[in-house]
Design a protein around this ligand. Sequence first.
Ligand code: ZN
Length: 161
Amino acid sequence: MRDIRVIGDPVLRTPAEPVTDFDRELRRLIDEMFQAMYAVNGVGLAGPQIGVSRRLFVYDIAGRKGHLVNPVLTVDDEEEVLDEEGCLSVPDRQSRQPIYAPVARAAGVTVEGLDRLQQPVRVKARGSLARCFQHETDHLDGKLYVDRLPKNEARKIMLRT
Ligand SMILES: [Zn+2]
């Protein structure tokens, strides 16, 4: 089982590289990402979170499950929605559970990328799925949700990690 990297690990702050090989190893990696995500009741997991600095993520949220390789995110609806968001890579030092905070995200997005067989995938999303896509795409750019919080709110969270 792959360990989930937590804040402070440089891999989480490194922009990930595109996936170039659509081989058996990639398919195994995607399976391992689902396993690692389900083991901790997560709803999304990006490559860097298991120490793999590659542009891919898996998700299973609000009845929608899938994976995206080399995703490109487009905002369809810029209206900002404020909702609770947490991250497996930002756990509380004591409880080891994700720390949640309200984060503003665009209401609607489309993600385009490839699947494990290098076939094109396009998913339009609103609500929690749109939030998840924005959160996971941030991971691929070396960003964490705390970066999107007011400085004092981010500082409070950092003190708990
Ligand atoms: Zn996360």
